[in-house]
Design a protein around this ligand. Structure first.
Ligand code: SF4
Ligand code: SF4
Length: 372
């Protein structure tokens, strides 16, 4: 997650060049420096802290590809602490992204990371609340799929296979006005009619959201482009209407849905969110495209290295954090004009403002929200 690395503005000539590019706008330059200075402190890795989950989402890559069967949970808290301390002291890790399975079902393991690392984030389905006491500075990223009735259709399934209802409602009630919480909302072509209503509910609950993307159409499907266009138009419209509830910027929304920018296409060759120490990536790491320095993904035994931050199936991957990392580590591609640099600064601010432990503030509240 370190977004500004070798290319800094630490020398006077670089500083002057950047200021000139920004049209001598001191406020933009100050915003850039705030991102640069903070991101230098963040060196992240990702940890599957358990293979257990309290639901079974349809098509969940973790269970479909049997990640839960490949390793066994390390449950010994002292051994986990020893591992986290080695991550910190030997690898320089300051930020832990905790995924699963479902991290909220193992709060004692989350506590170890909170006690040993500066910055901790969990990815959760929201069914079980992460308590506030002892977890005040933990960022809570709550997954949400499709919106409206789709979320229950796709995710409200117990491990036994029994269905239930109200997963989104439960998550909203657990995290109402909770400054730690952000919804990671996977928008999809089938859910276009639900996007505005879902964003409005997030706003009315005192929360914010970042868009993720799921497409049921593969790249060879002739309908894909048409559906993508409709989805993008709606996502951009809702962003415009709820600018402070939807943290994602228009630039990011376009890149996430199409997988493209004017300077490149997202895919394995450029994806920075892979385990840098994994032997399968030797060629990729050497190809010159940036990776997240020192980033690795560990399975629940706290030993096995996973391929990357998600399934490792790169075809059509649009993992929101991977796409965002790709945009952020390529800051050099935005140095063509002031407008491009503003896109990059806004992208970076929207990214960092997801985390309660980041000093990058969110913008003013929605005027519409004040009226509620
Ligand atoms: S909550 Fe996450 S880990 Fe659990 S089934 Fe759903 S996607 Fe998979
Ligand atoms: S699956 Fe996605 S995040 Fe993982 S390496 Fe491939 S492109 Fe990157």
């Amino acid at each position: 997650m370190t977004v500004v690395t070798a290319e800094t503005v630490s020398t006077p000539s670089r500083r002057n060049a950047l200021l000139s590019l920004l049209g001598n706008d001191q406020d933009l330059y100050r915003r850039f420096c705030r991102i640069r200075d903070f991101s230098r402190k963040v060196r992240a890795s990702e940890y599957h802290i358990t293979n257990a989950c309290n639901i079974r989402c349809k098509g969940c890559w973790f269970f479909v590809h049997e990640f839960d069967k490949k390793t066994r949970d390390l449950k010994d808290i002292a051994a986990i602490r020893d591992f986290v301390r080695r991550q910190r002291d030997e690898q320089g890790i300051t930020a832990g992204i905790l995924i699963g399975g479902e991290p909220a079902v193992v709060p004692d393991r989350v506590s170890v990371f909170v006690e040993e690392l500066d910055y901790v984030t969990i990815s959760t389905n929201g069914l079980k609340k992460l308590p506030m006491e002892g977890f005040e500075r933990v960022s809570v990223l709550i997954s949400l799929f499709g919106g409206g009735r789709l979320d229950d259709e796709l995710r409200a399934i117990k491990p036994s296979g029994k269905r239930f209802s109200g997963l989104f409602d439960t998550a909203l009630s657990h995290y109402r006005n909770d400054p730690r919480a952000r919804f990671i909302y996977a928008i999809t072509e089938d859910g276009i009619p639900y996007i505005e209503e879902t964003v409005r509910r997030i706003r009315d609950n005192g929360n914010r959201t970042t868009f993720n993307f799921y497409s049921k159409y593969d790249t060879s499907d002739p309908l894909r482009q048409e559906h993508e266009k409709r989805l993008m138009e709606e996502a951009l419209r809702v962003k415009e209407k709820y600018p402070d509830t939807v943290l994602s910027t228009p630039f990011y929304i376009r890149a996430m849905i199409t997988g493209k920018t004017k300077w490149g296409s997202f895919g394995y060759d450029v994806c920075p969110s892979l385990s840098t120490a994994h032997p399968q990536h030797a060629e990729r790491v050497a190809n010159g495209n940036p990776v997240l320095p020192g980033f690795n993904v560990y399975a629940a035994d706290f030993e096995t290295l996973n391929f990357c931050c998600t399934s490792g199936h790169c075809e059509d991957c649009r993992d929101s954090q991977a796409v965002m990392s790709w945009l952020l580590v390529n800051m050099g591609k935005f140095r063509n004009s002031r407008e491009d640099m503003i896109d990059w600064i806004e992208l970076a601010e929207s990214y960092w403002s997801q985390f309660i432990w980041s000093p990058v503030p969110e913008r003013r509240p929605d005027p519409a929200a004040i009226a509620v």
